[in-house]
Design a protein around this ligand. Structure first.
Ligand code: SF4
Ligand code: SF4
Length: 360
């Protein structure tokens, strides 16, 4: 499959590079603050829209019917995350671009001083929509692309999305990361390499995630998948691969020894405004965000999660890495085994390598 259009003039222009420099300086500030203090969330993921315009077979994070969360409620949640000192707020879903007041949500995130990110399937990215995201102040976008040609598992395909990627290359002022995947359900492992090369060609960064099928247990990749995984890892910028060493263990079916800081350094806020450890452990602690306080953050920082050894939730690994050298956990949360309480699979491609994109 041949693709055209290399890095756009826009992405190599001086104004774009100046803006990217300012963004980088803000990110360095986030890292410094995170290293200096353990008492605030580094990242929160919020869901303003559970509905999605796609229905990927492996996904347990969407429905086909729910309405957008009201804007004033979303603004209240963002303000509370601001009061807790949250450094990065990432909008997720479902499909966030279906929310009619998404731009106001992004503006409010920036008003708190946080870095504003978004995870989208990219289907709705026309030039006019991209320019509105620029104006709202979006800092980062991640699009997860599963295959080159659409199939019954996923329509998040390079063939369908390449025009959207070209639009982004030409008009987006924000950073764009393209995540590709290997593992359960993806027919052709080579697709990840095609997607990764195309992302770099257009001036984006590129990462790879591993997905697993419905058992929720670690499964080693087959030989061809592992070969593609290692080749893709070489394409990733050094700062990503430094944090993805945990994926090495996953690729080989080995559990990881790490301290999950979910509920403290990372928060997942569902559409009902409840705080959960992550998208795969909804219900723990399940506290309304408006009632979530410093006491909760400090307790969860020191709480060991029983699901940690087999966890594939990449963004929480990356965030938790900041504190890996300090504060052993002294309390145990005996949460459900992964995937046993959710309807579909153990992990979803969009979320498998969630947006962090900060150079530590
Ligand atoms: S993986 Fe993303 S695009 Fe696919 S159904 Fe889930 S939320 Fe929608
Ligand atoms: S699934 Fe992973 S990120 Fe979520 S609570 Fe368990 S260990 Fe933490």
């Amino acid at each position: 499959m041949a693709f055209h259009m290399p890095v756009s003039a826009h992405r190599s222009s001086l104004p774009y590079r100046l803006q990217a420099g300012v963004r980088k300086a803000r990110e360095v500030g986030v890292v410094g603050h995170a290293l200096a203090s353990t008492h605030h969330p580094v990242m929160a993921q919020i869901v303003p829209m559970r509905r999605c315009n796609l229905s990927c077979a492996y996904c347990n994070e969407y429905d086909e019917v729910s309405k957008p969360v009201a804007l004033d409620e979303m603004l209240r949640r963002i303000d509370h995350l601001g009061r807790l000192g949250t450094s990065i707020i990432t909008i997720s879903g479902g499909e966030p671009l279906l929310h009619p007041e998404l731009d106001e949500i992004i503006r409010r995130i920036r008003k708190t001083g946080a870095i504003a990110g978004m995870i989208t399937n990219g289907y709705l990215l026309v030039p006019e929509r991209i320019k509105r995201l620029n104006a709202a102040g979006l800092d980062h976008m991640q699009i997860s692309i599963d295959n080159v040609q659409p199939d019954e598992i996923s329509k998040k395909s390079l063939k369908v999305l390449d025009k959207k990627l070209q639009n982004l290359s030409e008009f987006a002022d924000f950073h764009v990361n393209i995540n590709s995947v290997v593992g359960g359900g993806i027919k052709n492992p080579q697709d990840a390499l095609t997607i990764g090369h195309r992302a770099l060609e257009l001036g984006f960064t590129s990462t790879i995630g591993i997905i697993h099928d419905g058992s929720g247990q670690l499964k080693p990749l087959v030989d061809e998948e592992r070969r593609v995984y290692y080749e893709m890892s070489k394409l990733e910028k050094k700062n990503y691969s430094r944090f993805n060493h945990f994926q090495e263990a996953i690729a080989n079916g080995r559990p990881n020894d790490w301290r999950c800081r979910a509920g403290s350094r990372y928060l997942y806020i569902c559409e009902h405004g409840l705080v959960h450890y992550c998208s795969q452990q909804r219900g723990w602690p399940g506290t309304p965000l408006a009632e979530y306080t410093q006491t909760d953050l400090d307790r969860e920082f020191l709480t060991e999660k029983s699901c940690a050894p087999n966890c594939t939730v990449s963004c929480v690994h990356q965030i938790s890495y900041i504190d890996h050298w300090r504060a052993p956990q002294t309390r145990m949360a005996d949460v459900a085994p992964l995937a046993h309480h959710l309807p579909h699979s153990a992990d979803s491609g969009d979320r498998n390598s969630e947006l962090v994109n900060i150079e530590f």
